[in-house]
Design a protein around this ligand. Structure first.
Ligand code: EPZ
Length: 429
């Protein structure tokens, strides 16, 4: 198994290009199931999760082709991919595949809408919490589906097509909003989704669906209206820059000091996080071409933070922000409100010398003057990258195990960081 070796202590200086967003790419790829035409997605990041979803979609009958290699499409770089679901050959998503990636559960929406049936394995628990699917089930029922659970599978039927309907999410869910929005595009009547997620990835998906002929309005607000159409066509659509990758490298620059330009980043996708990072004493400059992050000399101020659905501070940056706070001057309180078990990085950060105690859903971080390198390991993607950030600032060597988590969500991580002066390398085997 690959590991990442970091020699900490170097400042980051230089330019990091921001890749296409993983969490926008995944639902957009799944949307290709809604049409027998070709959906072309630009700026698809080259990540393990994307490759896995390509295989999963292939199981349902989706063919794909990658544009010829051009200068900026070298191996490991974002690409343009054409997806074509001319005919759906299988409406079952088996446990072996869904258990590998939770987002593959989302095929339930398009399969049900287009084929009138879907049989999708329950995803099961994962490292950051139980993550149930009750909102998907209740929501699809509100749109007219008949649903039963059979042998670990959610079996959804709408023999004469979905009718559409009104559904108010009792809790904001990104995945359930994606799914209900996709399912409603082909319903007979209007659908109204209340207390819907407002994440930029929802907006990116809605814009793509509209380009395919859907009639969706209100996306980006908490009430989304969808008027069903009889069929959707193909389209060409660009994936937004990854706001979590952007925030991660911004936090890495804040942690090590230095001056980094995040090329292609869009500040409007992560304003809450940028404002919180600014409060730590980091200078952030927003430009049309990207975001510049600079911290020279001064110490890191301790700042309290609470995760929230968009437009609040994203849970996917909580672990990375905690890494920064481990070296802050004073105490900070970090509260996780989205997932009930997303503090797996706390113990590992402690191995580097961090002082963190947990009180329910709040981590109390007492900043230390220095961290010291150690072997560490994490159980999910964002926790893993928080250890990389801490390792970049720690004295000596940090070895991050289970690198496959990083490969799921960070394109060319070592290359991007070493390009800015970090001593970081992958050790194979
Ligand atoms: C998406 O997951 C992201 N994944 C997650 O990123 C992200 O952390 C999360 O949204 C929150 O922003 C992708 O986009 C692929 P939710 P999702 O449904 O959609 C509860 C990463 O590292 N809930 O918004 O699965 C749920 O348990 C990943 O890239 C129910 O109770 O998250 C959680 O507490 C990790 N019932 C809360 O809602 C349901 O039926 C929000 O989850 C569905 C969700």
């Amino acid at each position: 198994m690959d590991r990442i070796r970091i020699r900490g202590g170097n400042q980051l200086n230089g330019t990091i290009p921001v890749s296409g967003a993983k969490n926008a790419a995944l639902p957009l790829m799944i949307a290709s199931l809604l049409t027998d035409d070709t959906l072309t997605l630009e700026n698809v990041p080259h990540l393990a999760d994307v490759e896995l979803l390509i295989r999963i979609l292939g199981n349902h009958g989706v063919d794909y082709s990658v544009n010829g290699r051009r200068e900026n499409q070298r191996k490991g770089h974002s690409r343009t991919i054409h997806f074509s679901a001319r005919s759906i050959v299988d409406t079952t998503a088996p446990y072996e595949l869904v258990s590998k990636m939770r987002a593959s559960f989302w095929v339930i929406g398009p399969l049900l809408a287009r084929m009138g049936e879907a049989r999708v394995s329950l995803p099961g628990g994962c490292a950051i919490g139980t993550r149930p699917v009750d909102l998907f089930i209740d929501g699809l029922r509100a749109l007219g589906a008949e649903i039963e659970i059979d042998g670990g599978y959610v079996v959804a039927r709408a023999k004469n097509g979905l009718s559409g309907g009104r559904y108010r999410f009792p809790k904001v869910s990104v995945g359930a909003t994606h799914v209900l929005m996709m399912a409603a595009t082909l319903a007979k009547h209007e659908t109204v989704l209340e207390n819907a997620a407002r994440e930029p990835e929802i907006v990116n998906l809605a814009e793509c669906l509209n380009a395919m002929g859907a009639k969706i309005s209100g996306f980006g607000t908490s009430t989304i209206r969808i008027t069903g159409v009889t069929s959707l066509s193909g389209a060409r659509h660009r994936i937004i820059p990854d706001r979590i990758e952007t925030g991660t490298y911004a936090l890495a620059a804040a942690m090590t000091g230095g001056d980094v330009f995040l090329e292609g980043a869009r500040a409007d996708l992560l304003e809450a996080a940028l404002k919180t990072i600014e409060q730590t004493g980091t200078e952030i400059t927003r430009t049309n071409a990207g975001i510049r992050v600079k911290r020279n000399g001064a110490g890191i101020a301790a700042v309290d933070m609470e995760t929230e659905p968009f437009p609040g501070f994203p849970t996917d940056l909580q672990a990375q922000f905690m890494a920064l706070m481990t070296m802050a001057q004073g105490q900070s309180r970090i509260t996780e409100t989205i997932f009930e078990n997303r503090f797996m990085h706390v113990q590992e950060l402690a191995r580097l010398g961090a002082r963190i105690s947990l009180s329910g859903q709040t981590a109390i971080v007492d900043g230390v003057e220095r961290l010291r390198g150690a072997p560490v390991m994490a159980t999910d993607l964002r926790a893993s990258v928080s250890l990389v950030i801490a390792g970049l600032a720690a004295e000596g060597e940090t070895l991050v195990n289970r690198v496959y988590h990083l490969d799921r969500g960070f394109e060319r991580l070592e290359e991007k960081l070493s390009g800015c002066g970090a001593q970081i390398e992958r050790i194979s085997g």
